[in-house]
Design a protein around this ligand. Structure first.
Ligand SMILES: C=C1C=NC(C(F)(F)F)=NC1=N
Ligand SMILES: [Mg+2]
Length: 213
């Protein structure tokens, strides 16, 4: 996929799994798509996360919703699930399977890597990542083993250090702070609870979308 096309997909990157939803995850995804999300990551993780066949079956349903909406479907961590579901891409963290081996397994699919330091960002570029997630920018409730809060300065630092790869900020991003993430150099914002935890999912996505355009 061309870099510019991916940068557009990264504008409003919704991440969720069943754990993040108080209603049917399929419904949440449909409402988020109606609200204008541009990319989706299925991240089935944390206390009470689905496993095995249940995880696969929900992934299959969510992928179909993305396919109908023309939105790329990304799988978090689980490379085998990504291959089994023929996902459009995989997102891996520093403690997941190494990015260069995932790149080999997934061929020309989208490869995203979580980064927290300039060294990790440079390694992701070297390993052939198509985009990087950078954070946590603000305090987050969605990841219990999150690294220390970085603030938007990390985004500015990556750009100053000539990291030109498409990048999204992640961690505690809401409609109130999304614009400063873009102004600091990110191509988009990724959110979990700001959308999945909202009373009105579509409205929350619409509000965030208006801040990142
Ligand atoms: C831990 C994560 C960090 N960044 C991202 C993304 F936004 F996709 F880049 N996804 C994750 N699951
Ligand atoms: Mg991970």
């Amino acid at each position: 996929m061309k870099q510019q096309e991916l940068e557009e997909y990264l504008s409003l990157y919704f991440i969720m799994g069943s754990v993040n939803c108080s209603q049917d995850p399929v419904e949440v995804l449909k409402q988020a798509i109606d609200g204008g999300i541009t990319l989706f990551q299925y991240r089935e993780k944390g206390e009470g996360a689905l496993q095995g066949n249940e995880k696969y079956r929900l992934g299959e349903k969510l992928k179909k919703v993305c396919l109908n909406a023309g939105i790329p479907f990304i799988i978090n961590d689980d490379v085998n699930l990504g291959i089994a579901l023929d996902a459009d891409g995989i997102h891996v963290g520093q403690d997941d399977e190494a990015a260069h081996t995932v790149q080999q397994k997934m061929g020309n699919k989208i490869l995203g890597v979580s980064t927290h330091t300039i060294a990790e960002a440079r390694k992701a570029v070297f390993d052939g990542a198509d985009y990087i997630g950078v954070g946590p920018i603000f305090p987050t409730r969605s990841k219990d083993d999150a690294n220390k809060v970085q603030g938007i300065q990390i985004l500015q630092q990556f750009r100053e250090q000539q990291i030109t790869l498409p990048m999204v900020g992640i961690g505690g991003i809401t409609a109130a702070n999304a614009k400063q993430v873009i102004d600091a150099g990110a191509n988009g914002v990724s959110v979990i609870s700001a959308i999945a935890g909202a009373d009105n999912v579509k409205q929350a996505a619409l509000q965030l979308k208006s801040k990142v355009l």
